[in-house]
Design a binder for this molecule. Structure first.
Ligand SMILES: *[C@@H]1O[C@H](CO)[C@@H](O)[C@H](O)[C@H]1NC(C)=O
Ligand SMILES: *[C@@H]1O[C@H](CO)[C@@H](O)[C@H](O)[C@H]1NC(C)=O
Length: 194
């Protein structure tokens, strides 16, 4: 009995080892109206054969089911018909480089959801598909400014220089303001080095 269990466990382990391993980012933010490049790479212990295929599915945010919307096989792309993505998908992968990525143009808010990348490389067909959670956000809502501000606060806190930085910023602002009072006269401006 124990030997049977061991055999089963060994078989399971062997299956795990020979599986296709898919990797994708977990989450992505995309601005509406822009292209979403959905990266997906994989490894397989088998040589990539002409029987290898890729399928991408989509599960809208809040929906319980996923639909397959793209299939790649033998050098050809098959975008699903009658789907919101149908004319917006570009195959950007290269199976010889173990790359199964696609790009979807003109992302809209209704494209929010989970994108699932599944690769089969027979006889290597045991796969845990990669899942990317894509959040479509309003254009220009991913500005650099808050990132710079957060970075500044973090650096300030880490180095303990927050009060010093604040003082420097205040001085610079005051200096600029006082300069403005004198501006207008080219001679004075020149002397002030403006
Ligand atoms: C993005 O969404 C905003 C808000 O709905 C809209 O005003 C804008 O036109 C959209 N931009 C694009 C490029 O789709
Ligand atoms: C899409 O996701 C963004 C970010 O989570 C959210 O602000 C937006 O309301 C969502 N849109 C839809 C249609 O679900």
């Amino acid at each position: 009995m124990a030997a049977g269990w061991l055999l089963a466990a060994a078989a399971l382990a062997a299956v795990e080892v020979s599986a296709v391993e898919v990797s994708t980012p977990e989450e992505m933010f995309v601005e509406n109206g822009t292209d979403a490049k959905l990266p997906c790479t994989f490894t397989s212990v088998e040589v990539i054969s002409s029987a290898a295929s890729v399928s991408w599915s989509f599960q809208p945010e809040g929906a319980a089911t996923r639909i397959s919307f793209f299939y790649y096989f033998n050098g050809r792309s098959y975008p699903g018909k009658d789907l919101p993505f149908k004319d917006r998908i570009t195959w950007t992968g290269d199976l010889n480089k173990k790359d199964a990525s696609i790009s979807i143009s003109n992302m809209q808010f209704r494209d929010n959801g989970t994108y699932i990348c599944d690769v089969k490389n027979p006889p290597d067909i045991v796969v845990k598909p990669g899942e990317i959670r894509v959040r479509v956000v309003e254009k220009d809502s991913l500005p650099a400014f808050p990132i710079a501000m957060v970075a500044g606060i973090v650096i300030g806190t880490v180095t303990g220089l927050t009060p010093l930085i604040s003082i420097v910023v205040c001085l610079v602002i005051r200096k600029n303001n006082s300069k403005k009072r004198y501006s207008g006269d080219p001679d004075i401006d020149a002397r002030l080095g403006m």
